[in-house]
Design a protein around this ligand. Structure first.
Ligand SMILES: N[C@@H](CCC(=O)N[C@@H](CS)C(=O)NCC(=O)O)C(=O)O
Length: 65
């Protein structure tokens, strides 16, 4: 659903699969302490990175871009 919302919003994003990439799994666990997905990793470009969980919240955010 999140991927479809991103496509509808015309937002390009890198897809990271924690089940096929152990580094992505580690990054998620380091950031969130849990492996629940989806999580949107927002790189603000100034060194600040936000990890946004919850598909509904992510989809709402994508619509603001
Ligand atoms: N309320 C969350 C539910 C997320 C959720 O249940 N994710 C599942 C996969 S669809 C998951 O990551 N389960 C494994 C776990 O929580 O460790 C959302 O809508 O994003």
């Amino acid at each position: 659903m999140v991927r479809q919302a991103a496509e509808r919003a015309g937002v390009e994003m890198e897809l990271r699969d924690i089940h096929t990439d152990q580094q992505h799994m580690k990054d998620l666990l380091d950031a969130r302490g849990r492996r629940t997905v989806p999580v949107l990793r927002i790189d603000k470009g100034d060194g600040d990175v936000q990890w946004m969980p919850e598909s509904r919240e992510i989809m709402a955010y994508l619509q603001t871009l």
